[in-house]
Write a protein that binds this ligand. Structure first.
Ligand SMILES: [Zn+2]
Ligand SMILES: [Zn+2]
Length: 276
């Protein structure tokens, strides 16, 4: 199983010269099992690049793709209207997100494409798009390829995802606010022993002081949680738009002092889990 990062920035796209190396597109990660099933975690602006590459490689036709949304904040859905394969007839996308009492997932995704905001409506995109509302559950996309969802702490709620296939595992846990004091033991359990742990490291501990309640963690908490969960490798993810490449490299080395296998998630980085 491989994992490829298409967007690693939090909050808002960050086209900024001093942040180009790590990358400015918002949340989107592709999980590539040996069967090549298309699995996409979040549809931030990074999904546009993934779609363009699929078209370029002539792999954008007659496919079924699975798009799992951690939640529907802008930086996790804003790329979907620019995802070219969703405009191609005979493609089928299943979009998964948390079931909520007060709103339908389908309405939220359609809402961001209302004519006040966007010229093309979701119904006009061309592909068949189905919406699947999740509980905390495990679903099997194909024999032996499982994805589990678990709710964590973020304003409006967020789901973490754990994907398992052929003895390898990746945990995608972005947009969640935990310190060692407020840590939900379910997160440690959820991430336990995974190969790759992708975790929200938006702030420094100093920044968190004025941003408590905004729903994000620090790079030092990320490293501590990774150590507690006994993961193989931590990917620091959902970088703050204020953080330059230089600042992020500093945060990476601070995280490594706590958990040596800490690395910055960077746009277009691909990791083969069998090499970890
Ligand atoms: Zn976010
Ligand atoms: Zn969010």
């Amino acid at each position: 199983m491989k994992v490829r990062f298409w967007g690693v920035r939090g909050s808002i796209p960050t086209p900024w010269k001093e942040a180009m190396d790590v990358g400015g597109n918002t949340s989107c990660v592709q999980v590539i099992p040996s069967t090549d099933t298309l699995i996409i975690l979040d549809a931030g602006t990074g999904i546009r690049l993934l779609g363009n590459e699929m078209v370029r490689n002539k792999r954008a036709q007659n496919l079924t793709g699975h798009v799992f949304l951690s939640h529907t904040h802008w930086d996790h859905i804003q790329g979907f209207p620019f995802f070219s394969p969703a405009f191609i007839a005979n493609n089928h996308f299943k979009v998964y997100g948390a079931s909520k009492a007060e709103e339908r997932l389908e309405d939220v995704l359609k809402g961001q494409m209302n004519y006040q905001y966007f010229p093309v409506q979701l119904d006009q995109m061309g592909a068949r798009i189905d919406f699947i509302e999740l509980q905390e559950e495990t679903i099997e996309l194909e024999p032996g390829l499982r994805i589990s969802s678990c709710a964590f702490n973020h304003p409006g709620g967020v789901y973490g995802f754990r994907i398992e296939h052929e003895g390898h595992s990746v945990v995608y846990a972005t947009d969640m606010e935990y310190t060692l004091e407020s840590l939900d033991p379910r997160l440690v359990e959820f991430a336990k022993g995974c190969d790759l742990f992708i975790y929200d490291s938006q702030y420094t501990p100093d920044e968190l002081q004025s941003k408590t309640g905004w729903g994000h963690s620090t790079h030092t908490a990320a490293a501590q949680i990774a150590a507690m969960a006994g993961v193989k490798r931590l990917m620091l993810y959902h970088h703050d738009p204020l953080h330059s490449d230089q600042m992020l490299i500093q945060m990476e080395s601070e995280a490594q002092a706590i958990f040596p296998e800490s690395h910055l998630a960077r746009e277009s980085l691909e990791i083969d889990l069998s090499t970890l």
